[in-house]
Design a protein around this ligand. Structure first.
Ligand SMILES: Nc1ncnc2c1ncn2[C@@H]1O[C@H](COP(=O)(O)OP(=O)(O)OP(=O)(O)O)[C@@H](O)[C@H]1O
Ligand SMILES: [Mg+2]
Length: 341
């Protein structure tokens, strides 16, 4: 049975959307490799658990960096594994259409790598070449922003992923103006690691840092302060140690990446045609991507830009849902830049 498939190959997460079914897979973009044989031993969720815990014979690789493929072979293997897992053997890849999202600033060589990885991860050549859609456009479609060609209203989407933040103003079905930076959720994880090392003499791993960020991280003062016990290695004794930290102490630490995101948004807002500016003030900024869920980030953006902000429903899946809508909606399909496919 032929199925059309949408793939959001993200820095942190790969989401696969199957037409008529919705999102059928959402797993970390991670592969664990046996360093002596070079063979993959775990993919996705299973591989993510190994990060920071591997013996010398195993290494964990994130083949997507800043939204683009950094390790082609591993990315291709990961995609093939995910497609088989999500779509099973019943699917005939020989007759499958595929749409993949890519960052707006991706180079031509990087685009080709994504197309090549998608093609060769199928068991048989797909009927049509895979097609690419710019990530913020896909997220805007997934978030149901008014962007069909007949709608002349301007809307702004800010998609904060793990490795990138994409900002775009969309009108009449295409990106009017946009910008992106290689700052996303991972930048906040690094800030947690630095903060624990410099202020608490505690060395922690990436996974712990991400958990701290999600459970207690905060960019804007909240009525209810949260705390979390952080476990790692005490740098003074060299022994296992733990420290209780409070969300307000992370506000200062998170300022730097948060300001970079706000500056990118301000840069796009600056110089918009007045009617489009008016639309955006009226409709607000829509935020999507897992990074937009960081506590207080939407308030921070609202305060700094003076524009209302809404984190869209299902923010982590907006891109994949948008690609999914393009699979079945002819008018949306036309929005996909033919030149990219
Ligand atoms: N509840 C949460 N609070 C804060 N951050 C979160 C939350 N849930 C997920 N994240 C962060 O969201 C990021 C991943 O988001 P997403 O899955 O949209 O990224 P991606 O699409 O893989 O990356 P990119 O678009 O940059 O290639 C990670 O940094 C993760 O820590
Ligand atoms: Mg993304």
């Amino acid at each position: 049975m032929a199925k059309d498939i949408g793939i959001d190959l993200g820095t942190s997460t790969t989401n696969i959307f199957m037409k008529d079914k919705g999102i059928v897979l959402s797993e970390p973009s991670v592969v664990a490799i046996n360093t002596s044989t070079g063979k993959p031993i775990a993919v996705g969720t299973a591989a993510e658990r190994m990060i920071g815990r591997t013996p010398p014979t195993i290494t964990t690789v994130k083949p997507v960096r800043k939204g683009a493929i950094a390790d082609f072979e591993i990315a291709e293997f990961m995609l093939r594994y995910f497609l088989a897992k999500a779509c099973g053997l019943a699917i005939n890849f020989g007759t499958t259409r595929m749409i993949l999202s890519v960052p707006t600033k991706i180079s031509e060589v990087e685009q080709l790598a994504v197309l090549e990885a998608a093609k060769s991860s199928c068991r048989r050549p797909a009927r049509a070449m895979p097609r690419l859609i710019e990530e913020p456009l896909a997220s805007a479609i997934g978030a149901d922003l008014p962007l069909r060609a007949e709608s002349a209203e301007g809307s702004m989407i800010v998609d904060i992923g793990g490795g990138t933040t994409e900002v775009a103003v969309i009108s009449m079905g295409s990106i009017l103006v946009g910008d992106s930076i290689t700052v996303g959720g991972e930048a906040f994880d690094l800030q947690v690691i630095n903060h624990m090392r410099t202020d608490h003499n505690l060395l922690i791993g990436e996974e712990t840092a991400e958990t701290v960020k999600i459970k207690a991280g905060c960019v804007f003062p909240q009525a209810q302060e949260k705390s979390i016990d952080v476990y790692g290695r005490d740098m003074i004794t060299g022994l296992p140690g733990n420290v209780r930290i409070y969300s307000n102490e992370l506000i200062e630490t998170f300022k730097d990446p948060a300001i970079q995101i706000v500056d990118c948004i301000k840069g796009v807002l600056d110089g918009l045609p007045p009617e489009i500016s008016a639309d955006i003030v009226r409709n607000g900024i829509a935020m999507s991507g897992g990074g937009s869920l960081l506590t207080g980030l939407s308030e921070f953006v609202r305060t700094e830009t003076n524009v209302p902000v809404k984190v869209v429903d299902g923010a982590r899946y907006a891109t994949a849902n948008g690609i999914g809508k393009c699979l079945s909606d002819v008018t949306l399909k036309e929005l996909i830049n033919a030149g990219r496919a």
